[in-house]
Design a protein around this ligand. Sequence first.
Ligand SMILES: NC(=O)C1=CN([C@@H]2O[C@H](COP(=O)(O)OP(=O)(O)OC[C@H]3O[C@@H](n4cnc5c(N)ncnc54)[C@H](OP(=O)(O)O)[C@@H]3O)[C@@H](O)[C@H]2O)C=CC1
Ligand SMILES: CC(=O)[C@@H](O)[C@H](O)COP(=O)(O)O
Ligand SMILES: [Mn+2]
Length: 384
Amino acid sequence: MSKHISILGSTGSIGTQTLDVISMYKEDFIIESLAAGSNLPLFVEQINTYHPKKVSVANKSLAEQLKPLISSSIEVFYGDEGLIEVAANTNATFIVNALVGSQGLKPTISAIEAGKHIGLANKETLVTAGHIIKQLTQIHGVDLLPIDSEHSAIFQCLNGESHSEISKVTLTASGGSFRDRSRKELVGVTVEEALSHPNWSMGAKITIDSATMVNKGLEVIEAHWLFDIAYDKIDVVIHPESIVHSFVEFNDRSVIAQLGNPDMRVPIQYALTYPRRLKTSTEPLDLTLLGRLNFNQMDYERFPCLKMAFDCGKRGGSATTVFNAANEVAVSRFLKGEIEFLHIEKIIYKVLEKHDVKVFPQLDELLEIDKWARVSACNVPSSS
Ligand SMILES: NC(=O)C1=CN([C@@H]2O[C@H](COP(=O)(O)OP(=O)(O)OC[C@H]3O[C@@H](n4cnc5c(N)ncnc54)[C@H](OP(=O)(O)O)[C@@H]3O)[C@@H](O)[C@H]2O)C=CC1
Ligand SMILES: CC(=O)[C@@H](O)[C@H](O)COP(=O)(O)O
Ligand SMILES: [Mn+2]
């Protein structure tokens, strides 16, 4: 029987690769709805290929531009409400959240409340409101399947294992675009240089996050919520090849790792077809060709954002919401050329410094705090 799917963020890196996987297994999937931001040419192509019943774009003007380009039988929505419509009000049973940033939170909540299972790439959702999402998945009995490569790896390592027998979960980090540079050598780096990831081709925001090591910080918090692991049992190592996607150590000192060539279509497909493992078009992994794999200790002075993320995770409550929101604004300012690369971490630090952590915030409180953090991050001067 075909699985009915909706994709939020279908025009992005994860969204397009999700559609690649679906194209390989056309009989197994029906696309109910798609949401994109502003890439209309690609979106029109996707709509004409996959024939969704509902679609959504970022705003009203884009929705008006889209309507004459697609079949009049397709319902067109826009904005936050459009995302919720696509996420919750269709016959889809499985939603892929491939949006970037904490705008993924509200549609995820609506989807869970509507009983949809979720394939989650959008880590910012769990970093912003992990406790709320976890509680809702339990209340509504929905699965939250990881798409992020490290979390898919951990999910696979934990298959059939007992949670109480885990002694440590280790996330691997490539080191990002500037892994071979000292902190001094980060002064004056360009946006173009920062956008050049050594192993993965991804959207702009996550590529910058990878260079600052914020991405690994977000992933530590994501792992905490997905797998209910205490922060002192989560570790990060630098693994420049991105072949071992993460590993888990158990009480008996056995370590289970998941390996594969860096290709996001593999974890995306696993989330879509779980628990089945269907063929992918990715190259087989030949360890003899690689010869060796490298692992280095994380240097928290070189990558202070990762230390900040651990601290926020341990403080809990609204701390991770503020960490995420400040980072989103700082990255956007860097991409616009407003600030230096090293200023990203300063902005996060300064906004966190001003925040009094709220321990068990409700959703409306978190949304207010998120807004406050964004305004504060915008107001940090570009040279301070
Ligand atoms: N790329 C990767 O390999 C990985 C990504 N992730 C995570 O997955 C998520 C997506 O990342 P990635 O695919 O790289 O990001 P991209 O920037 O490539 O894609 C983001 C998607 O969100 C859409 N979007 C942006 N703004 C809006 C809006 N206002 N309304 C509706 N849609 C919007 C974009 O639409 P449009 O382009 O049309 O404007 C696009 O479809 C992130 O959370 C990232 O951290 C996790 C692991 C790996
Ligand atoms: C592919 C994926 O899951 C990314 O989140 C990846 O992990 C980024 O690479 P870094 O290891 O450099 O953060
Ligand atoms: Mn990842």
